[in-house]
Ligand binder design. Sequence first.
Ligand SMILES: C[S@@+](CC[C@H](N)C(=O)[O-])C[C@H]1O[C@@H](n2cnc3c(N)ncnc32)[C@H](O)[C@@H]1O
Length: 365
Amino acid sequence: MVMKKGLVVTGDAQFLEDESTKIFARKVADHYSARTNQTLEEREASPIIHLKKLNNWIKSVLIQLYARRGDAVVDLACGKGGDLIKWDKAKIGYYVGIDIAEGSIEDCRARYNGDADHHQRRKKFTFPARLICGDCYEVRLDKVLEEDAPFDVCSSQVTDSFDVGFALHYSWSTEARARRALANVSALLRPGGICIGTMPDANVIIKKLREAKGLVFGNSVYWIRFDEEFSEKKFKSSSPFGIKYKFHLEDAVDCPEWIVPFHVFKSLAEEYDLELVFVKNSHVFVDEYLKRPDFVELMRRLGALGDGNQGQSTLTPDEWEVAYLYLAFILRKRGQPEQKRVNSRRDKGKMQISKEDIMYVGSEI
Ligand SMILES: C[S@@+](CC[C@H](N)C(=O)[O-])C[C@H]1O[C@@H](n2cnc3c(N)ncnc32)[C@H](O)[C@@H]1O
């Protein structure tokens, strides 16, 4: 049991929220809703364009490593659908995207339908899809998606092609939300199913905080600020939730976020039958997977580190420092996969999604 500011949380069965949690969830939703789709020119002019491309490469590698043809995928905090093309390349069979930000879900719908400007030249996506607007860390998604589950892959990515924020860490404001997030992932996955995720690396953030003179640190493209309550820079292992900081990243994020001590994340995930397959800081990830020729070729095409020919431009040292703030992880749901796949759930998806098809869900579910 964890006590925080008068709020008693006994875990998953009793989901209690204080007002501030709701306000922060709304702040995050409003921040992402307000972010408009950029044109290709605006995107290329971004001060963190190479970082965005690097993050896209990391997500593509994860998807190529773990998604298989025909997989049913649930994308928690799907945003504007920045990963749709990656899923298409992996030839998945069904996609459900969920996000709290109405504006982002609407952009995701436009992108899926092929209405978003920079995707007009694209052919249609090959998989049917459903979109849901709701709070992934509050709503019982097993109930909402009862007829769609089980899924083969659950994705929760912090780093999208437009923003570089992240997703599961937004659940870490209270133990109840963190538990709901993991309970949702576990309930949606089939035995042997995979959860692909990226999120801020708490070890790096705390190390940088301790090295800083005050409570703020950063460089020309980002800053992180902790409140006075953390002036001693010490964090009790008995309260690993609700450690809030403000994250600002040029042309991307300006949101409250929460520290996720990875060892706590790992043991909480185990309680929900999710075993850690690996966790790697982005720097280590790049180092390791750039040893594979197919991923080097992918990096060349995405252009994060220059294209090896004329395109010499690459990440600035400041962008590379931001990459260090993130990690990638894979969890696997315990148990043996069934031999035969059930594909009926795809009937729930559409090849063209109308505004009316978007399902809005609240916490009463
Ligand atoms: C940095 S974006 C990542 C978007 C997408 N995963 C990608 O990589 O392209 C983070 C997303 O998390 C969503 N988000 C934050 N809190 C959420 C919550 N409680 N429930 C659902 N989505 C949430 C935001 O609305 C935003 O779209």
